[in-house]
Design a protein around this ligand. Structure first.
Ligand SMILES: Cc1cc2nc3c(=O)[nH]c(=O)nc-3n(C[C@H](O)[C@H](O)[C@H](O)COP(=O)(O)OP(=O)(O)OC[C@H]3O[C@@H](n4cnc5c(N)ncnc54)[C@H](O)[C@@H]3O)c2cc1C
Ligand code: SF4
Ligand code: SF4
Ligand code: SF4
Length: 408
């Protein structure tokens, strides 16, 4: 039976709960708002399956194999605008939908909680676009994926690296009906380079504050909106008539500031077992800001994805995927060079404990203002960014900053 010695030993993938044959594992939120398995020991039959499927217990080394690497921009500009980077996820998902398949990803529910759900039409993919910087609840999607695969259906599953390893681990004993290889041949997995995932509780408190400040219900949120372009993305909140009611960049928005200060992440993210280059997924996708360093023709401010392909299946699929995109093949070593979030866990913020104590009891606006006040410096930085944006020099200024910081 699964026993957690420390919170960091569980990434919250939900694999154990999906796998338990007697359904005695429930995923329950702790005081920080993160889900952990809770076992009803009175009904446990001690079969050991939960431990066998746990991706943290099974995490392997970063062992090299042959890969292919690309820069990608989806040709449909409306889709690229809605996507976080260049629209790589949509391009891969369309391959699966075109063949009668089903696509899983992270989306908001009707209360803006982030969970995994499915789509079966190109229009339906819209809910997955734009990264949500909150941990997604996978619910019973691993079981649904297994059932679809057993009926012969093609499935695409996207998520964080730990969710993808959790799904693949869960599916390992599932090859009993039909061989495991045949089953997995119908599954296309897409993971992201993952900074870390913030707490659903902090997101809930943030929405509470914004509803009160804006005096309206919030119907949709975009953590990485290209309101000012790809290089200066914003948190954008919309009301139920689709009107933008709030637009603030990473320098001023308090949820984005919380995310980038590593103060509200899941404990497993500070010691992540899935930070590696050679992965079990078919595709890894992530941002490419310094596109100018690879190719001048692709250099624009509308978003470019990096795509790293790990499997032969991924290579075969990409030959079809690329038809809808502008792509540039690059050396895998070059694509991954200097990508810190791929290899290193974030450092925990020293105020994390105090932050969560306050998150549980303080009034929402006072709470966010305590940790992320709108100081004169913050306001000045925002004004400078907007001036740079309006005068058309934002991308150049960011490029210069990256050079100085030796990021390219
Ligand atoms: C939590 C998180 C952290 C990230 N950290 C980095 C980083 O440090 N550096 C970097 O370069 N890129 C990072 N990315 C990836 C980047 O934000 C884009 O997802 C990537 O460039 C793909 O862009 P796209 O245009 O194809 O995506 P889109 O079409 O916008 O699709 C987004 C994809 O991300 C998935 N997704 C969205 N939110 C979640 C979530 N909460 N949990 C699981 N899956 C989710 C969706 O299912 C979909 O597959 C992160 C993404 C997430 C979700
Ligand atoms: S040991 Fe088996 S029955 Fe017990 S919790 Fe784990 S999976 Fe469920
Ligand atoms: S990492 Fe996944 S499988 Fe392991 S204990 Fe946590 S929820 Fe269960
Ligand atoms: S940082 Fe690691 S543990 Fe945290 S969500 Fe990303 S892959 Fe999972």
């Amino acid at each position: 039976m699964i026993r957690l010695n420390e919170k960091k030993d569980c990434c919250g993938c939900g694999g154990c709960s999906n796998a338990c044959p007697v359904h005695c594992i429930q995923m329950k939120a702790d005081a920080e708002g993160f889900l952990y398995p809770e076992v009803d020991e009175t009904t446990c039959i001690d079969c050991g399956l939960c431990e066998r499927v746990c991706p943290v217990l099974r995490a392997g080394e970063d062992v090299p194999f042959s890969q292919a690497a690309y820069l990608l921009q989806y040709k449909n500009e409306k889709v690229r605008r809605q996507s976080t980077s260049g629209g790589a996820f949509t391009a891969i998902a369309r391959y699966v939908l075109d063949r009668g398949g089903i696509v899983y990803g992270a989306a908001f529910d009707d209360r803006l909680r982030v969970h995994h759900t499915s789509a079966v039409s190109p229009k339906g993919l819209q809910i997955f676009r734009n990264s949500k910087y909150v941990q997604s609840d996978t619910e019973k999607t691993f079981t649904q994926v297994r059932d679809h695969l057993r009926t012969g259906r093609l499935v695409c599953y996207s998520g964080t690296p730990c969710q993808i390893e959790g799904l693949l681990s869960f599916l390992e004993p599932a090859g009993t009906e039909g061989s495991r290889e045949e089953l997995l041949d119908r599954l296309v997995t897409v993971d992201v380079v993952c900074h870390a995932v913030p707490s659903p509780l902090v997101w809930e408190r943030y929405l509470e504050m914004q509803r009160e400040k804006l005096g309206t219900e919030i119907a949709d949120a975009k953590f990485r909106d290209k309101h000012f372009g790809y290089n200066y993305s914003t948190m954008t909140l919309l009301d139920d008539s689709g009107e933008e009611r709030y637009v603030q960049g990473i320098d001023t928005d308090q949820m984005l500031r919380a995310f980038f200060s590593n103060i509200c992440d899941r404990p497993s993210c500070y010691d992540c077992a899935f930070k590696k280059r050679y992965r079990k997924s078919d595709f890894t996708i992530w941002d490419c800001y310094p596109v100018y360093a690879f190719d001048k023709k692709l250099d624009d401010d509308r978003g470019t994805s990096r795509v790293l392909i790990h499997s032969d299946k991924g290579r075969r699929i990409f030959e079809e995927v690329r038809q809808r995109c502008r792509v540039l093949e690059v050396e895998p070593d070059r694509l991954t060079a200097g990508v810190r979030e791929m290899f290193h866990s974030v450092d925990s913020n020293p105020r994390r404990e105090e932050f969560f104590e306050d998150a549980a009891c303080m009034e929402a606006r006072t709470f966010f203002n305590k940790y992320f006040p709108m100081t004169a410096r913050v306001k000045l930085e925002r004004t400078a960014r907007i001036v740079c944006y309006r005068t058309g020099v934002y991308a150049l200024a960011k490029r210069a900053a990256r050079k100085i910081l030796k990021k390219d």
